[in-house]
Design a protein around this ligand. Structure first.
Ligand code: G6P
Length: 491
């Protein structure tokens, strides 16, 4: 298939994710401001431009009126985005409820909600019904925009029901599904009341992808143990239909060039200079996280406190900058976490601060891209201490910005990224505060040649295994899976 200029036409890709890469804020009846959304998925997919891609997702805002829906659809079209309109009740039950109060904690090994957490919404069954309804609404929009030959790539735990809804519409659709969180051990997944229905819906996809081999293995075990299906080296087989399950090809990456290029911008260079002046004479430690319980922010700050406690000579020599981006602020667990973090930071700053300096600068806000790059570039030690994390791309972004400083990455062994950056980072168990405090000391004192060696390993990985590579590999594997399935049917 060729374009008019003789170049081969790009394959059309419908990327379906709960959240669009831009979130809308209403300015007037027909006027909208579009702001970049936060999160690993958005940051990874920004660099993917080898396809004729359209995004389908929720714009993060309730738009009950027709005028608003029409004008927002037009505004988003310029960004190649197509909105799915979800009303407040659905958002409450599907997004706050089933996705973020049930699946998210469960997939990160934090367990199912007890009665008190369930009681804040209308209980499990109504949340699951809303989840299915929302997934069907996504499917309706995909179906409306689908053209023969398109690849439909569904993302994340919000849309586990979508592959089935799409195949019910049209069994010929090429459907892939990728999970950006961990998939937990089958023993955890089997506690979920809707465990079987979700697994079966995902298996309707032609290709299912995970960041790590362990997540893929857990998924296949869940299908064999809970559904009684057969696991094969390629995936899971159900009555002659094979769903390919793969991880080895598919750890996500970032658009590393975007970060490296940003460091050359005059504004970023100015910003770097300002930060260096501001923190002259002190080593800079950095944490950048969504304010989420899986990120282990309280544990990280307590480990930093322990380090200061045990190393009085460092008290004037180091500062921790913690950027905590507010997220899912309507979910009570997240509100509690905000208070808890503020309380700990206040206590430690009260304990170790002086009239002119505090050890922790904690910001509850997002930073723009250029400010973030400057911050990564001046950092001596980055602390990524998630209790569980599907991948964690902050670790990748930090490495991409460290070509000149060659700072140290302290990384949780429970982040997917530990499997790719493990040889260059200092790996820690984030629950072990004593170990994290010792690692902080080790990182701050690390000799230059060791820092260089570790950085080199990670930099090579981050600049080679990019988000572009990840997307191309997934889509080409999906195309191949379909050809192979057709051949199998013919035999
Ligand atoms: C994680 C999820 C993404 C999600 C992001 C931000 O990275 O895997 O799917 O978009 O968090 O969370 P939010 O609830 O704000 O979309």
């Amino acid at each position: 298939c060729e374009r008019k200029d003789g170049q081969p036409a790009k394959q059309r890709l419908l990327v379906v994710a709960n959240r669009l890469p831009v979130s809308a804020v209403r300015r007037g009846e027909e006027s909208w401001a579009l702001e970049m959304s936060v999160g690993g998925l958005v940051s990874a997919l920004l660099g993917v431009n080898d396809f004729e891609a359209r995004w389908i997702g929720w714009a993060g805002v309730n738009v009950p009126d027709e005028i608003g829906q029409r004008s927002l659809t037009i505004a988003l079209a310029e960004k190649r985005c197509i909105p799915v309109f979800l009303d407040e009740e659905i958002v409450h039950q599907y997004y706050n409820g089933y996705c973020n109060n049930i699946l998210w904690p469960l997939f990160h090994y934090l367990g199912l909600p007890q009665e008190d957490r369930l009681a804040t919404t209308r209980g499990f069954q109504s949340q699951f019904d809303a989840y299915k309804k929302a997934n069907q609404m996504f499917a309706d929009v995909v179906n409306e925009h689908y053209e023969e030959g398109d690849v439909v790539w569904c993302h994340d735990y919000h849309l586990m029901f979508l592959p089935k809804c799409l195949k019910d519409y049209n069994n010929e659709m090429k459907v892939g599904w990728f999970l950006h969180t961990p998939f937990p051990s089958s023993e955890i997944h089997r506690t979920l009341p809707s465990r079987s229905e979700l697994l079966r819906s995902v298996l309707a996809a032609d290709l299912v992808g995970f960041h790590t081999y362990d997540y893929a293995r857990h998924f296949v075990s869940a299908c064999t143990r809970i559904l009684g299906l057969e696991g094969t080296p390629e995936g899971v087989e159900d009555q002659g239909k094979l769903t390919r399950v793969a991880a080895v090809f598919f750890p996500i990456g970032i658009d590393s060039d975007r970060f490296i290029r940003a460091l050359e911008l005059p504004q970023v260079k100015d910003h770097i200079k300002e930060l260096k002046d501001r923190f002259a004479g002190r080593k800079v430690m950095l944490g950048v996280d969504r304010l989420d319980m899986i990120k282990g922010i309280p544990q990280k700050i307590l480990a930093f406190e322990k380090f200061l406690e045990e190393n009085p000579l460092w008290r004037d020599g180091v500062v921790l900058l913690q950027i905590a981006v507010p997220t899912r602020t309507d979910v009570p667990e997240y509100q509690k976490l905000t208070c808890q973090v503020h309380e700990i930071v206040g206590r430690i700053n009260g304990r170790f601060g002086t009239l002119t300096a505090v050890p922790i600068h904690h910001l509850d806000r997002t930073l723009d891209f250029q400010a973030l790059c400057a911050l990564y570039a001046v950092t001596d030690v980055a602390l990524v201490t998630s209790l569980r994390d599907g991948m964690n791309l902050v670790s990748y972004e930090f490495v991409a910005c460290q070509a000149s400083k060659k700072g140290v990455l302290i990384l949780s062994e429970f982040a997917g990224a530990a499997q790719s950056l493990g040889a260059g980072a200092i790996l820690v168990n984030p629950w072990n505060i004593t170990e994290v405090a010792a690692s902080i000391g080790y990182a701050l004192n690390m000799p230059a040649d060791e820092r260089e060696k570790r950085h080199h390993h990670n930099f090579m990985h981050v600049t080679t295994h990019t988000s572009q590579e990840w997307a191309e590999t997934f889509v080409s594997e999906l195309n191949d899976s379909i050809v192979e399935a057709q051949m199998r049917t013919r035999q």
